[in-house]
Design a binder for this molecule. Structure first.
Ligand SMILES: *[C@@H]1O[C@H](CO)[C@@H](O)[C@H](O)[C@H]1NC(C)=O
Length: 470
């Protein structure tokens, strides 16, 4: 059982002081490290054990340095609390397992009698290996095998209760991610090697959206690789986000993020009276704290859109992220729009603010169907996007910058509970939606005003797990 191909994809470090005092303050300190990974240049060519180890050592040297740094920073921040600290560490690596070639030739066992899995390993503060998770949803990973059975893996920490483990592409799928959420796991650790894809699936955008939509904490460590357009890591709780997104050609070697986040595990000591979700409420609302000064009830975008807004502008089809979206243009400075893809409809009320570039073209898009390029998964999506140019055919293309600011209320009625809301502003800056409310009929309404930057994308990204196998 040796590592034949050493492919470190990312590393995550979590640390905390404990036990923490009053229940209301229960929190822990998380750190993620975006590693500029030294990739094996040819992952499909097996390395000798000696070469593989040498390759791993190079990465390990960097991890060791960062682990020491994380512990030190954490100590500085928390030194006033003068308590003992724990450092739990999750790393992503390859795991080689013998498989039953002889006893079960029908299994997925490769001819060399070994599975090689894309794996998260978790070490507790006393150095014990406490959990191991093998990635289920591979994304064109020649070097890795899909485990014969899917794994739902969680581990307990003394400082924040339970964490679940997922890897990269897993985040989009029911198995394991949906299952973990259904089991009430509210803190997920997520090493990833995610290629950024604007306008809907930039790394930090989707990490944030997932955390908000699933109401969980997501500790996301991407790798850094400019050529593969991989960057973007973050510590995302439903209440706050600490994130980093490198810009092109950024010379830095990696980035460590450290943030204090609240414990969300409902079974965590003292929080058990907090009933878990779905307790018969017809509406769930997550919003920024009441003292944030956003309570402008007079805003025109406040009213829910009238159900029967006629599609005022003609709808057209344009490809966004390889999916044929139905779009309508936002032609006025304010108004109400509706666009449908089949029976799935998206509503928008918007008001463009006078400042900024009024020439920029925006469109409201709807898509309901199965995404089939580079992975297959069923979607219902409502999105307002800035079009890349002034022609409607440019709507849905990749854009990073925008000057136009607008207040908006975006609504769709989804046939899934997995709806991930995001507001992405110019220059890959995330905004926390002012409010996101889910009604019993699946209606999800995202409202936002006082945007800090030009609007690039506002999106409700619904994953229809139950339709994936159709
Ligand atoms: C999110 O979870 C918190 C508890 O951690 C709960 O109070 C809140 O109502 C939940 N929000 C939604 C939208 O479910």
């Amino acid at each position: 059982m040796f590592l034949l191909v050493a492919l470190f994809l990312g590393v995550y470090l979590a640390s905390a002081v404990g036990p923490v005092k009053p229940v209301r303050d229960s929190s822990f300190v998380a750190a993620v490290y975006e590693h500029k990974v030294i990739l094996n240049p040819e992952p499909h060519v097996p390395l000798s054990r000696r070469d593989a180890l040498r390759h791993m050592q190079k990465n390990l040297d960097i991890y060791e340095e960062q682990a020491a740094r994380a512990a030190r920073e954490v100590l500085q921040r928390l030194s006033c609390m003068a308590r003992r600290y724990n450092l739990y560490l999750v790393a992503n690596m390859a795991d080689l397992q013998p498989c039953p070639l002889k006893t079960d030739p029908s299994s997925s066992c490769p001819s060399d009698g070994r599975w090689q899995f894309n794996t998260n390993v978790v070490f507790s503060s006393d150095g014990l290996l406490v959990a191991r998770y093998h990635k289920h949803n591979l994304y064109f990973e020649k070097a890795f095998d899909k485990p014969p059975q899917s794994e739902i893996i969680t581990f307990e920490t003394p400082f924040a209760g339970r964490f679940g483990l997922i890897i990269c592409f897993d985040i989009l799928f029911h198995d394991p991610t949906g299952i973990l959420l259904e089991k009430g796991v509210r803190q997920l650790i997520y090493p990833t090697a995610w290629m950024n894809q604007l306008p809907l699936l930039d790394t930090i955008q989707f990490q944030r959206a997932f955390s908000l939509g699933a109401n969980v904490t997501l500790l996301a460590a991407n790798i850094r690789n400019d050529r593969l357009i991989m960057t973007g890591s973050g510590i995302h709780s439903p209440f706050s986000a600490t994130y980093h997104h490198a810009s092109k050609g950024d010379p830095e070697e990696g980035r460590l993020l450290v943030a204090r986040v609240p414990v969300l595990d409902p079974r965590w000591a003292g929080q058990s009276e907090d009933a878990e979700e779905g307790g018969g409420q017809s509406e769930r609302t997550s919003s920024v704290p009441a003292d944030s000064g956003y309570c402008r009830r007079d805003s025109r975008v406040d009213r829910p859109p009238a159900p029967s807004v006629p599609p005022s502008n003609p709808a057209f089809t344009s490809s966004m992220m390889h999916d044929p979206f139905r779009f309508v243009l936002l032609k006025e400075t304010e108004g109400e729009l509706k666009v449908c893809d089949g029976t799935f409809c998206c509503h928008l009320r918007y008001r463009r603010l006078p400042r900024g570039n009024t020439k920029e073209l925006y469109a409201l898009g709807a898509f309901a169907g199965t995404h089939t390029v580079n992975g297959r998964y069923a979607l219902q999506v409502c999105a307002v996007v800035r079009c890349a140019a002034l022609e409607s055919s440019s709507c849905g293309q990749e854009v990073e910058e925008a000057e136009s600011k607008m207040d908006f209320l975006l609504k769709g009625t989804f046939e899934t509970r997995y709806v991930y809301p995001s507001v992405l502003a110019s220059g890959l800056v995330l905004e926390q939606p002012e409010s996101v409310a889910t009604a019993a009929d699946g209606g999800v309404t995202m409202k936002h005003s006082n945007v800090a930057g030009g609007l690039v994308t506002a999106c409700l990204y619904g994953r229809m797990h139950h339709l994936d196998s159709e």
